[in-house]
Design a protein around this ligand. Structure first.
Ligand code: PXL
Length: 282
């Protein structure tokens, strides 16, 4: 595909290295034109202490799309992340209908939870709305918490292959075509992803050494670099691996700085990501 265009739909957290402030630079560094629809504007992400501002932009989405219809704007990929309200699910389904090019890809990162818990600000029924968006996706990128919340599965921190594969089968029933489940670990010193083809019912795993630090914003770093690699022509599995390697590198680059708890220093590893992506087309 010549010069694919990506539309990413997620919040703009003004400070905190997540969502749009991560997605835009990463996808751009992958050599892709990237348009945005911000779902909300926050002063920081919601893992900061109470006091963050939140402006819901739900009412802006339809007018943006109406204008884009007049301009006949189409995108080869629509990648969604953190949403500002349950109503945004239906608005995004309409955006997909109106603005996804033929053979375009829908990538949904159901960014809403981690560590067994929903992020602050989401109502208990939010995962059921996100599940409806996942139904329209070619590829979903949940972590284990998000996967459990959308499938009504008990969240566990210790599990075996059976637990993960049953979770993958339940996610497939949501209606998506492929699943990249992040944060999978069967051995103490390894962390990785499970890549599942829903039609073929086949799973492949990719692991990296597990670093002794969990970081905020890594789901967004992962989904953005996955989208970049995939839209530059890598397979789903190779994109999952490229994104995993890049995300691990960003954590490694942040590990020595305890004051940097709110995100990862993804900028420092952008040149190496761009280099690896450029090799895909050589
Ligand atoms: O990184 C996911 C994310 C995105 N956007 C907002 C968040 C979070 C995680 O806490 O609060 C606003």
């Amino acid at each position: 595909m010549k010069d694919p265009k990506v539309l990413t739909i997620q919040d703009l957290s003004c400070y905190g290295q997540c969502s749009l402030t991560v997605a835009l630079p990463i996808i751009s560094a992958c050599g892709l034109e990237t348009a945005v629809i911000p779902t909300a504007v926050l002063s920081t992400h919601t893992a900061f202490k109470a006091g963050w501002t939140f402006r819901d932009l739900t009412d802006d989405i339809a007018p943006i799309s109406d204008h884009w219809v007049k301009e006949a704007l189409k995108f080869d990929c629509i990648y969604t992340g953190y949403l500002g309200s349950p109503r945004q699910v239906d608005l995004i389904l309409s955006i997909i209908d109106r603005h996804l090019a033929n053979d375009g890809a829908v990538i949904v990162d159901p960014a809403m939870a981690d560590g067994g818990k929903l992020y602050a600000g989401f109502a208990e029924d939010f995962p059921s709305h996100m599940a409806r968006l996942c139904a329209a996706a070619d590829i979903i990128l949940p972590n284990i918490t998000e996967a459990c919340l959308m499938t009504g599965t008990e969240f566990r921190t210790e599990y075996g292959v059976d637990y993960i594969e049953s979770l993958l089968r339940k996610l497939a029933k949501l209606g998506c075509r492929n699943v990249v489940l992040t944060g999978v670990s069967f051995e103490e010193d390894k962390l990785g992803v499970a890549v599942y083809d829903c039609a073929k019912q086949e799973t492949a795993y990719y692991f990296n050494p597990k670093l002794p630090r969990m970081s905020h914003g890594t789901g967004d770093v992962y989904a953005s670099s996955f989208t970049g690699a995939y839209m530059r022509g890598a397979s789903i599995f190779d994109s999952a691996a490229i994104a995993a390697d890049y995300t691990v590198e960003t954590i490694r680059l942040t590990m020595d700085d305890d004051s940097h708890w709110y995100g990862v220093k993804f900028e420092k590893a952008l040149p190496s990501l761009a280099h690896r992506i450029a090799q895909l087309t050589e």
